[in-house]
Design a protein around this ligand. Structure first.
Ligand code: ADP
Ligand code: MG
Length: 508
């Protein structure tokens, strides 16, 4: 070999070595990045851990807090609000009843025809209308005059099919999805406005009275028979179809639950008497808190950056409003700490940009190359070309966050069952599982887009119920989906609280 040729060979070898060194360096750096991705994933998995042992602690805490909230006003973060609903519809109701649902920027009027037999499809008509923006911050008179006029138009359109005898006033269930302190089944004062409404003259004023006065001004002869919370409407609808229904849970944008409590268990309200001996209690369970809840730094950040810090802690770990944002926070930290994709898009730093249905679509992507995950990361979060391995990690994050939410919701449900002695343990003082306890068939009505639209969430919730209760007890607990408890359920409550009911002592 000539000297020149030898020199070329040495040069080539040196370049090859350098290239190899760069490749090795890159591989080592990449391995370091993946390790950091794996660490963030491991931490979030550990933080969200919801073993059956821990869930049972949450069950106990829920039952104890329910007791505390019933014992004294402010005794727990659970408000345990009295609803004065003591008679739930049972399918025998007859006639035409109305409902009005005011809970967002739209309001709905419904007319429901009841024929006295539990029918699987309730015959009803609905009309939905947006509330003009200016009325949301105007006066109570302006808002309710508008609603009363719209209701009058709705009623004037009705043909002869209303089945209302001429000597009967129309009766209405009014679902008002804002915090209210009820004084009776048909009266209650507004505690505060939420969701963009701010009508100052209405705070601490009787809400049904405002509506009733507006109806009188519009010469509409109609009685507000019941002021209804969505959850209570759901329980009413569930009970109408199945009289073993004892509780209801809403798992949608937010989450809440209510159940039938024995009146003598409501210690904070001495001397309360109902004909049935029971009353529906609105738990406002979104505000439940316990040190046993598996909380991560992502939850702490989400809470402290929210408009209501230290509020609705349970809801922030469970409901559709928040799950997507928890996942976004995990992905953000993962990419920041690992630097695996280099600079990250500013979209990923935007709160609530990843909505829960999108997160669910990633979670439920069953294509082999996770095409939907890639699409959502690119289109919504502006993160293009995410390698398959990382897409799999994203799916895992969705799984961890959703599984925790579903398992906590299940623990909450069992907490209610425990409080009312339907968990097979002999109640809160029963101390442990008893095989000799005869379990009654127990139905919980469930409503909300997260539960009904997200299959994996639903499956995880059912799986956790089985784990906590054990299959022998769990087979007696049935979760039944209802639809439109806040509309139809409210009309049913107007029926069961009608002033024309001869038998007000109807048994639950
Ligand atoms: P709301 O709770 O506002 O009365 P819904 O009960 O319909 O309304 O619940 C809607 C919420 O449920 C959405 O905000 C979303 O968070 C969640 N959701 C709806 N569909 C799905 C879905 N397919 N997957 C996951 N979450 C869903
Ligand atoms: Mg709803």
């Amino acid at each position: 070999m000539g000297r020149a040729a030898a020199g070329v060979a040495v040069g080539v070898a040196a370049v090859a070595c350098a290239v190899a060194a760069v490749a090795v360096g890159r591989r080592i750096r990449s391995r370091g990045k993946w390790k950091r991705v794996a660490r963030v994933l491991r931490e979030v998995e550990e933080g969200c851990e919801g073993s059956v042992g821990r869930l049972r602690q949450v069950v106990d805490a829920m039952a104890v807090e329910m007791h505390a909230g019933l014992a004294s006003e402010g005794g727990s973060k659970l408000k345990m609000l009295l609803t004065y609903v003591h008679t739930l519809p049972n399918g025998t109701e007859k006639g035409t009843y109305y409902a009005l649902h005011l809970g967002s920027t739209d309001f709905r009027a419904l007319r429901v025809h009841l024929h006295g037999q539990q029918s699987s499809v309730l015959e009803h008509e609905v009309e939905q209308q947006p509330i003009p923006q200016h009325l949301m911050t105007s006066t109570s008179k302006d808002l309710f005059d508008f609603i009363a006029s719209s209701l009058k138009e709705f009623i004037e359109k009705e043909g002869n099919g209303s089945e209302l005898s001429p000597d009967r006033r129309r009766e209405l269930g009014f679902t008002f999805s804002f915090p209210v302190k009820q004084m009776s089944v048909s009266s209650g004062i507004l505690i505060k406005w939420t969701k963009g409404f701010s009508i100052v003259d209405m705070v601490r004023i009787d809400v049904p009275a405002c509506l009733q006065e507006a109806l009188a001004r519009k010469e509409l002869d109609m009685r507000v028979a019941a002021l209804v919370n969505d959850t209570v409407g759901t329980l009413a609808l569930g009970h109408y179809h199945d009289s073993d229904t004892v509780a209801s849970v809403i798992i949608g944008t937010g989450t809440n639950a209510c159940y039938l409590e024995r009146v003598d268990g409501i210690i904070k309200c001495q001397g309360l008497l109902t004909t049935s001996g029971y009353m529906v209690v609105n738990m406002e369970w979104g505000n439940f808190w316990s040190s046993h809840l598996p909380r991560t730094s992502y939850d702490i950040d989400l809470d402290s950056e929210s408009p209501n810090p230290n509020d609705q802690g349970f809801e922030k770990m469970i409901s559709g409003m928040y799950l997507g944002d928890i996942v976004r926070r995990v992905i953000l930290r993962m990419l920041l700490e690992s630097d695996i994709l280099g600079p990250i898009s500013s979209k990923l730093s935007m709160p609530f940009i990843l909505r829960t249905p999108m997160m669910a679509a990633m979670h439920e992507d069953d294509s082999p190359d996770l095409r939907e995950v890639a699409r959502i990361l690119k289109d919504i979060l502006e993160i293009p070309q995410v390698p398959l391995k990382l897409r799999k990690v994203v799916v895992k994050v969705c799984d961890v966050v959703t599984r925790r939410a579903a398992r906590l919701a299940a623990a909450g449900i069992v907490g209610i069952l425990k409080k009312i002695g339907r968990d097979g343990s002999g109640g809160i003082t029963g101390g442990g599982r008893r095989s000799d306890v005869k379990m009654k068939r127990t139905v919980v009505a469930v409503e909300g887009g997260l539960y009904s639209g997200y299959t994996l969430f639903r499956e995880y919730l059912h799986e956790a119920l089985n784990e906590i209760l054990g299959e022998d007890i769990a087979k007696h607990v049935i979760l039944k989906v209802t639809e439109d408890g806040s509309g139809i359920g409210a009309a049913l409550l107007a029926a069961s609280h009608s002033s024309y009911n001869v038998d007000t002592a109807k048994m639950l």
